[in-house]
Design a protein around this ligand. Structure first.
Ligand code: ATR
Length: 273
């Protein structure tokens, strides 16, 4: 059996073992996949030990994605741009490779599964943390009209706008820059909802056909989703599809097979409810 794992801290609520087990069954790949909590100072040692012991691949989640990028000897171009890695593997020569599949996962869920357009759209991203860093390059590849990033800490948004501005029109600011502006696609990447406080967005920023996507997911609609519905969004989604799509892309990186994602999304909905 091939051995895989996800490293994070905390890790208790990780759905990755369930998702990869479902993919493995579909594709007839014999593997085991575990969720392992790694102590904060122990990441590098744990990764090395895992591969030395014959492990085939690792997913990396909060708070280790940047450290994983620093540890990998070879990064895919999208991981190098993001300076964040969620997928690791060693090649036959023992070289550690890193990739990031979060952004592709988001774009595939929006464009292929939900049928939303990104091309030509005025995009608003709320939040400027690690998640946004992983998402921006695949997003810019879809050729949006523009991307505006707002964040509580304006400086983090500005840094992202500077770094990713080479790929297209990316601007940044505080929440006050939303006054009198409209967007066609709004993505919530702020973890504020986790603490039960929604991002404070002014009413009237959603254009007539605006789609709203929350990177968070839960059994019940999130605060941001409820805000979007209340403000007459055209379409609203949580991030469960992205979670499954990023896992599918990691599965493809490791096994060169593309599993069906929708049955697994349905299965997860059942587990969440
Ligand atoms: P992730 O990997 O999910 O992106 P992160 O890097 O910790 O996690 O980023 C969390 C995001 O949520 C940030 O944009 C953060 O804003 P700051 O950069 O100003 O910290 C945002 N966030 C978290 N709690 C928030 C709150 N109570 N109000 C507004 N924004 C919040």
């Amino acid at each position: 059996k091939l051995r895989f794992a996800v490293f994070g801290n905390p890790i208790k609520h990780s759905r990755s073992p369930l998702i990869h087990a479902a993919f493995a069954k579909q594709c007839n790949v014999p593997l085991e996949y575990r969720a392992l909590r790694v102590e904060l100072g122990d990441f590098e040692r744990a990764v090395t030990a895992f591969f030395d012991a014959g492990g085939s691949g690792l997913n990396i989640t909060v708070p280790f994605k940047e450290q994983a990028a620093a540890l990998a000897a070879e990064l895919t171009p999208r991981a190098a741009r993001a300076t964040a890695v969620n997928t690791l593997w060693r090649d036959a020569d023992g070289v550690l490779h890193g990739d990031t599949t979060d952004g592709v996962g988001l774009v595939r869920d929006m464009v292929a599964n939900l049928g939303w357009r990104v091309q030509g759209m005025r995009v608003l991203i709320v939040g400027a943390g690690g998640a946004v860093r992983g998402v921006l390059e695949p997003m810019m590849r879809e050729l949006p009209d523009s991307v505006h990033i707002v964040n509580r800490t304006v400086e983090r948004a500005e840094t992202l706008a500077r770094e990713f501005g080479v790929l297209g029109k990316v601007t940044a600011g505080g929440y006050e820059t939303l006054t009198d502006r409209q967007f066609d696609l709004v993505i919530n990447a702020s973890s504020a909802g986790l603490q039960g406080e929604g991002p404070t967005l002014p009413a009237g920023i959603l254009s007539e056909r605006c789609c709203c996507y929350d990177l968070l997911y839960a059994a019940e609609p999130t605060l941001f989703m409820r805000w979007a519905a209340h403000n007459a969004a055209w379409a609203v989604s949580d991030g469960l599809g992205m979670l499954v799509e990023q896992a599918a892309e990691a599965f493809y990186v490791w096994h060169r097979q593309r599993p069906e994602t929708q049955p697994v999304v349905q299965q997860l909905r059942g587990v969440l409810a």
